[in-house]
Design a protein around this ligand. Sequence first.
Ligand code: PLP
Length: 445
Amino acid sequence: MRHDESRTLYDRALSVLAGGVNSSVRATKPYPFFVERGDGAHVIDADGNRYIDYVMGYGPLLYGHDAPEPVQAAVQKHAAAGPMYGAPTEIEVEHAEFVARHVPSVEMIRFVNSGTEATVSAVRLARGVTGRDKIVVMQGGYHGAQESTLVEGGPESVHPSSPGIPSSFAEHTIPVPFNDTETIHEVFEEHGEDIAGVLVEPILANMGIVHPVDGYLQTLRDVTEEYDSLLIFDEVITGFRVGGLQCAQGKFGVTPDLTTFGKIIGGGFPVGAIGGTAELVEQFTPGGDVFQSGTFSGHPVTMAAGHEYLKYAAENDVYEHVNRLGEKLRTGISDILEDQAPEYTVVGTDSMFKTVFTRHGPANRSDLCESGCEQRESCNRFDYCPKTAADVAKAETDRWERVFWQEMKDRGVFLTANQFESQFVSYAHTDEDIEQTLEAYKEAL
Ligand code: PLP
């Protein structure tokens, strides 16, 4: 594979863009390939190399790179008609109505421009309505580039995970291990009166994909209710992917007070959103006092794309297709691992998947899967599934990033370069793509 054009572009980029990129995860080693265009489930780079794409923009592209015709038509119509005004438009209302009809926790919504903005605003809302400062997050959870959640440590000792964040911010955040019922009870017993909310990805999707064990999300629901704190699901990744249009909260049957969205809800354009009960969401300005505002929020092109995306999914076999191919990939990779790398694990659900370069266990058989994963009855790998971020943290990250990712790329398969980030199957992927991908896994492993 030649990469001359990408190398030249990267050299230019290094002079004018920090690290040569606009999002740090894109800076793959030794240099990233520059994408020229997408084509269905594939991307083609500046040197003409073609890859089967499982990065899918890090999640938003449910349909791959060719959006269905109604999405394209709506985007063009709204781009040509404005594209934005600083005044409300009907498409914002239509999109909000659709989301409220389908997502259990959502009666009212505020659209913003990124997942980060959504979690920042949700945390501010939780603090504003409860009059409390502390936020509980999960170790290994990710909620974007926001001050309150870029933390490391545990309940006893916490500090910012990046320079530039005052330690006084981190003092208000309590990281706990995911799936650990005992710790969450202890934390609430000690700090319950000061906790504004628990912010949690219902499935940890930025830490190699970790499922909630049975009852864990309900425990969070119960304990937050008991202490008048808010339960906030961060569904930036899982929203409209896991559990279809009802999102992960529908799949797991636990309804949070607030939900943050991003990615798919904007149909491939920059987006975020905070949904919840009308009583809560109305506390944002101008109805309430919790400040929230944005020049680009509810951008008509984004709203049109997101709305047509979701409508198309409601009317077609989108989730059946992506979930079937997701399972085919996970099963296929599991079989390959069994033969060639039994010390590794396949994780994921619906249309998400990842190979984690470690194993939790094997557990003894009494510690079989307690996850809410629907494949657990038939799954032959469940006793190896990671239960906490710490299980995943043992992974051979260097081997994934320096060796395996490169080997897959050289075989025409584009995976997320980081060991911990999920990969996604789109509606554009075909059985043939999956078979080709499994061949590449077989060789690369
Ligand atoms: N929350 C979760 C669960 C995410 O995965 C991400 C990004 O990947 C974010 C929030 C931040 O979203 P954005 O990158 O759009 O700011």
